[in-house]
Each structure stands twice: as C-alpha cells, then as structure tokens.
Design a protein around this ligand. Structure first.
Ligand code: NAD
Ligand code: ZN
Length: 354
C-alpha cells in the first residue's frame, strides 16, 4: 500500500493508528529530520502502548552493522516483541537500514516507511530491498522485506536542498525515459517547480515514478533480468561514484552522466538522435556539477568488479527508443574505452547541449 501526495501523512494517520494500536512502536530517524520535522512525530506514535524513538546519524554512515546491532539491542531492552512495529522516517539511508533491522529483528517485524527525500520516495522505498554496507562495498548485506505501507508526503520535500531534489529527479528521468514517456513530459514542463521543492508539482511526479517502478518490480519481484532495466545509467554512474570515493557528486548526479553515456552507446546501435538530444537538453537545465577528469581504464576496472556484473561480463541497459529499453551484453571493452575517452574529454557544455 503506497500513499502519495500533499498531506499523505495526515490522510494515513487513521490507518497507521490502527496498525500500531496497543503495540510497542519504534520510530527510526536522524537528527536532521528531528530538527526539521519535529511536529510530524506526534502523528506517528498515536495509539501505541509504548513509543520509542531511535536515532542514527544522517547519511550513508547509518547503514552499518554497528548501527544495526545497537538498534537491535536497544529494541530488545525496550521490550520489543514479535508484534512490535517499526516506522522509518528519513531518506533512503534510514529506510534501507530500518527495513533491514525490521526484517531481522526476532526474524522479522512489520514496518512502515515514511520516506523524506525525493530519491527515497521514488526509488528506495519501493520494491522491498533493504541493506547495510560493509567496508568492502555498499548494499552488500541485506534482504527483501516489504513494508506494510509507504507514506510519501510531498510536503516533507519542501525542506530538501535543491541538489537532493535534482539527484532524486534523475531517478525519475531514468524511469520516465524507458518506461513512462508522459512522465518525462511532466518533468520537462514543471522542472523549475520540481527543483524548487513545490509539493503540489512533486505529487504527480512521485506517483508516476512509483507506478513505473512498481510495474517493473511486480513483473520481476526477485530481481531477475527485467528489474535490471532500472539500472539505466547506473553502470557508469556507480563507477563514477566509486572512483570518486562517494565524494563530490551525489548518486543521481553521477547517474545523469551514466545515462548520457549509455545513450551514446545506444546511438552507435541505432538510437535516434531526437531521444539523445531531448535528455541532453533536460539535463542541461539541471545545472549538474562538473564531472572531474577521470581515467577510462580505472572506470572500466570498477565497472567490471561491480556486483551486478555477471561472470559473462557487463550488461548495459540501453534505450532503444522513447519508452523502450533493452539489456545489451558483450559490448567490447575497447569500444567502451574509446567512447569513454571521448565522453570524458568533451567540455561539459558540449556534452550537455545540443
Ligand atoms: N532499497 C532500494 O531499493 C534503494 C534504491 C535506491 C537507493 N537506495 C539507498 O538510498 C540511499 C540514498 O538515499 P537518500 O538519497 O535519500 O540519502 P539520505 O538518506 O542520506 O538523505 C540525504 C540527505 O538529506 C537529508 N534529508 C532527508 N530528508 C530530508 C528533508 N525532508 N529535508 C531536508 N533534508 C533531508 C538527510 O539527513 C541526508 O543528509 C543510499 O544508501 C542508497 O543505497 C536504496
Ligand atoms: Zn539509483
């Protein structure tokens, strides 16, 4: 059950109250959210027998085994039982960690996600994937544990910095371009309002992206081949993030470059130039941060080590036309390196503009 829109949290309050009535409820959040959205916490615990607030640091640092372990200890000491409930209130990091903690605690308790970033509303909170990070890699330990309900209140996005909104919007463009062309039109026509965090403009965009992602997830719940369509732009995007040690560019910003690069590979395979130009024009309006000079060989090594690369090599998600993508395996290393070298050495303006 996904409840999306302006004031979704207020609308969901009765159902939420019923779900947690007479139980112990844990609400997992971070200091930044407590500071910005303190008033919402009253709604969350209403009707619970016991209401325990759990806090983890903001950002990726929260997704560690150490934090998961200390949350479990706290929950147990606070009288957590199999019928206890957990609510996550935060971005994708809080949601991923909370889902993982709920999925393992006493072999699994029910939880609800209240995603507070655009990226979490359109992507992380949809699909039931939860995870923490190990030193050796992100999202390396986790499980599928579906939330009972996802409440995506776009009013929460008003406080989100523009760069975070931009990063989340790239994921929307990713889904729109390959799965929902009408959503792409909506993003193009309301971009200024979306980047300003207007909750009314964001509501239909979040709903459209969630519908697109759910369509894919429902067709492929255990992450077989089709779900990999959501990896559009992520092959190079993840490598850029990794090579930069997750500093300087946000996830979505790196993925935007990954999308532009995938489009170039696709153009060599017959993609029409209109699609390519359209996304370039759109990303130009995003005012992405510059891509630092990166070595194609280092990026290639990183891509080949990615956990999503199979034994037979890299699979690229490439657009075939608007609203249509395909998985392409076996692209020759030399072709990728040559294309990367020219991609990385083009001035940004040329890379992005028509
Ligand atoms: N499970 C999945 O399927 C899936 C899919 C995509 C991404 N993810 C995961 O999601 C994580 C990234 O999520 P994210 O981009 O939301 O990052 P995040 O949770 O780190 O949030 C980004 C920043 O925004 C702040 N913030 C959150 N809500 C805010 C609000 N309403 N107003 C102002 N500031 C706010 C946070 O404190 C943080 O500093 C990654 O760990 C990634 O692996 C998971
Ligand atoms: Zn992504």
């Amino acid at each position: 059950m996904v409840d999306i829109g302006v004031d979704a949290l207020t609308r969901s309050a009765p159902a939420l109250g019923e779900w947690l009535a007479d139980r112990t409820v844990f609400v997992l959040t971070s200091p930044r959210l407590l500071e910005l959205h303190n008033s919402y916490f009253e709604v969350l615990g209403k009707g619970a027998v016991r209401y325990v607030r759990l806090e983890v640091p903001d950002g990726e640092e929260a997704k560690s085994l150490a934090h998961a372990g200390s949350l479990w200890e706290t929950m147990l000491a606070a009288g957590g039982k199999r019928d206890s409930r957990l609510i996550t209130f935060g971005g994708g990091t809080v949601g991923d960690l909370g889902g993982f903690v709920a999925g393992c605690f006493l072999r699994g308790i029910e939880y609800v996600q209240v995603p507070t970033t655009l990226l979490a509303q359109v992507d992380a909170a949809v699909g039931g994937k939860t995870a923490i990070d190990l030193k050796g890699g992100k999202n390396t330990v986790g499980l599928f544990h579906h939330p009972r309900r996802v409440i995506s209140d776009t009013r929460l996005l008003r406080t989100l910095p523009r760069a975070e909104l931009r990063s989340g919007l790239v994921e929307v463009v990713k889904m729109a371009a390959l799965l929902a062309p009408e959503l792409l039109e909506l993003v193009e026509s309301r971009l200024d309002d979306l980047l300003a965090g207007d909750p009314h403009a964001l509501a239909p965009v979040v709903a459209g992206a969630v519908a697109a992602k759910r369509g894919v997830v429902e067709a492929d719940p255990e992450e077989g081949d089709w779900r990999r369509i959501l990896n559009y732009g992520h092959t190079l995007g993840h490598a850029i993030e990794g090579v930069l040690s997750y500093q300087g560019l946000r996830h979505g910003e790196a993925v935007a470059y990954g999308i532009l690069f995938a489009n170039r590979l696709a153009r060599r395979r017959g993609l029409d130039s209109e699609f390519h130009e359209r996304l370039r024009r759109l990303f130009l309006r995003f005012e992405l941060p510059l891509l630092p000079r990166l070595d194609p060989n280092v990026l290639w090594d990183f891509m080949s080590r990615d956990k999503k690369a199979s034994e037979s090599g890299l699979t690229w998600v490439l657009p075939r036309a608007l609203g249509c993508g395909e998985m392409v395996a076996g692209i020759d290393r030399q072709e990728v390196l040559t294309e990367l070298a020219s991609f990385l050495h083009e001035p940004l303006a040329q890379l992005l503009s028509a």
